[in-house]
Design a protein around this ligand. Structure first.
Ligand code: MEV
Length: 328
C-alpha cells in the first residue's frame, strides 16, 4: 500500500517547536456521537495528526490581510462575507480578546494552508481557524487559554456551519481522544492501548450545515428518527468505558452501531456503506462514517497487523485516498 506522505513543511506536530508567528491544528475524526452532540449528547473524537492546517504571519503592507491557499481573494478585518469571512471574524475576535487595537498594530499578512480536504468531515474549517488563532497569539507572545481558543473557533464555525456543537474546534486542537459535550470543557480520554485507524475518503463532499438541518427536521417530525438520534447519543459513554479498558472489540462493534444509526438518519451514501462494509470484510473491528455524513470519510478501527488488508479492501471498494493513523 502506498501511504500518502504528508508534505515535509506540514510534517511537524504541536510537540515540535515552531516559529513565533506559526500556528497549527490537526484534522479530526469522530468515533461516536456526531449529530447527537448538536442535541446535547456527549461524543468522542480524536485528532488526525496525519493531516494538518498551518497558519503563519509575515509583515504586511497595510492593515491585516488574510490569505488562504486556494482562494484568489484576500480578506481583511472588515470582511464579513464570502469564504474567508469566518477567518476574518476569528482574527477580529482574537485581537479584541488580546486587547489589541487593529489600527495600532503593525501591518500583517496571515497566510493559511491546509492539507485537510474541505467538506470531507475531517474538520478542515475548524483546523484553519484554530491554526490562525494560535498563530496570532504566538505572534503577539500572549498565552492562549484553551477555553478562549474553543470559544473563538466555535463562534467562527457557527458562521460556516450554522448550528455547530463546537466538537470540531475541540478535536482539532486536541492531542489525543476527547469526550466532548456542547458547552463543556473537552475531557481527555486516557488510552491504555493504541488505536490503529484507517481512514478512507469516499471522494464525495457535503456541507455540514444542511446535514445538521436535515437531522433536526427529521427528529422534530418523526419519533422513530428521534429514537435513532437518542440511541446514537447513548453510544459515546459505552465507547468511553471500552476505550479506557482497552477493549477494542467493543469499540469496533459500537462504531458499527453508530454507522447503522447514522445511515438510518439518511446520513450515509452507497459509497460510504460500501467502504464501511469493505473495511469489515478486510478484517476491521469496526467502521463508520465520520462527521456530518452525506460524503466524506469512513474511519475503520483495525490492528497493526491488519491495517494493510483493511486499507486494500477499502481501496478496492473505491476509496479515493486512504490514510493510516495511530492514536496516540
Ligand atoms: C461535524 O463534524 C459534527 C456534527 O455533529 C456537527 C457539530 O457537532 O458541530 C455533524
Amino acid at each position: 500500500m502506498s501511504l500518502p506522505r504528508e508534505p515535509d513543511w506540514l510534517a511537524s506536530t504541536e510537540a515540535a517547536p515552531e516559529a513565533p508567528g506559526d500556528g497549527r491544528a490537526f484534522g479530526k475524526l469522530i468515533l461516536a456521537g456526531e449529530h447527537a452532540v448538536v442535541h446535547g449528547y456527549p461524543a468522542i473524537a480524536v485528532p488526525l495528526p496525519a493531516l494538518s492546517a498551518l497558519a503563519w504571519i509575515v509583515p504586511g503592507d497595510e492593515g491585516v490581510v488574510i490569505q488562504s491557499e486556494g482562494y484568489p481573494h484576500v480578506a481583511t478585518l472588515q470582511t464579513r462575507r464570502g469564504p474567508l469571512a469566518p477567518l476574518a471574524e476569528a482574527a477580529r475576535d482574537a485581537l479584541a480578546r488580546m486587547e489589541l487595537d487593529p489600527l495600532a498594530i503593525p501591518p500583517l499578512r496571515i497566510q493559511v494552508a491546509s492539507a485537510i480536504p474541505a467538506g470531507a468531515g475531517m474538520g478542515s474549517s475548524a483546523a484553519v481557524t484554530v491554526a490562525l488563532v494560535r498563530a496570532l497569539y504566538r505572534f503577539f507572545g500572549i498565552p492562549l487559554d484553551p477555553t478562549i481558543l474553543q470559544d473563538i473557533a466555535t463562534r467562527s464555525e457557527g458562521m460556516v456551519h450554522g448550528a455547530s456543537s463546537g466538537i470540531d474546534p475541540a478535536a482539532v486542537a486536541a492531542t489525543g481522544p476527547i469526550r466532548f459535550r456542547k458547552g463543556e470543557t473537552p475531557h481527555p480520554i486516557p488510552l491504555p492501548v493504541t488505536l490503529d485507524l484507517v481512514v478512507a475518503d469516499s471522494g464525495e463532499r457535503a456541507h455540514t450545515g444542511p446535514m445538521v438541518a436535515m437531522v433536526r427536521t427529521q427528529i422534530e417530525a418523526d419519533p422513530q428518527a428521534r429514537a435513532t438520534l437518542d440511541a446514537l447519543g447513548s453510544i459515546a459513554p459505552s465507547m468511553e468505558q471500552a476505550l479506557v479498558k482497552g477493549d477494542l472489540d467493543t469499540v469496533g462493534s459500537l462504531m458499527n452501531d453508530a454507522h447503522a444509526g447514522l445511515a438510518r438518519l439518511g446520513l450515509s451514501t452507497p459509497k460510504l456503506d460500501a467502504l464501511a462494509l469493505a473495511a469489515l470484510q478486510g478484517g476491521a473491528k469496526g467502521a463508520k462514517l465520520s462527521g456530518s455524513g452525506g460524503g466524506g470519510v469512513v474511519v475503520a478501527l483495525t490492528t497493526r497487523e491488519n491495517a494493510h488488508a483493511v486499507a486494500k479492501s477499502m481501496q478496492e471498494a473505491g476509496a479515493t485516498s486512504v490514510i493510516y493513523t495511530r492514536i496516540p
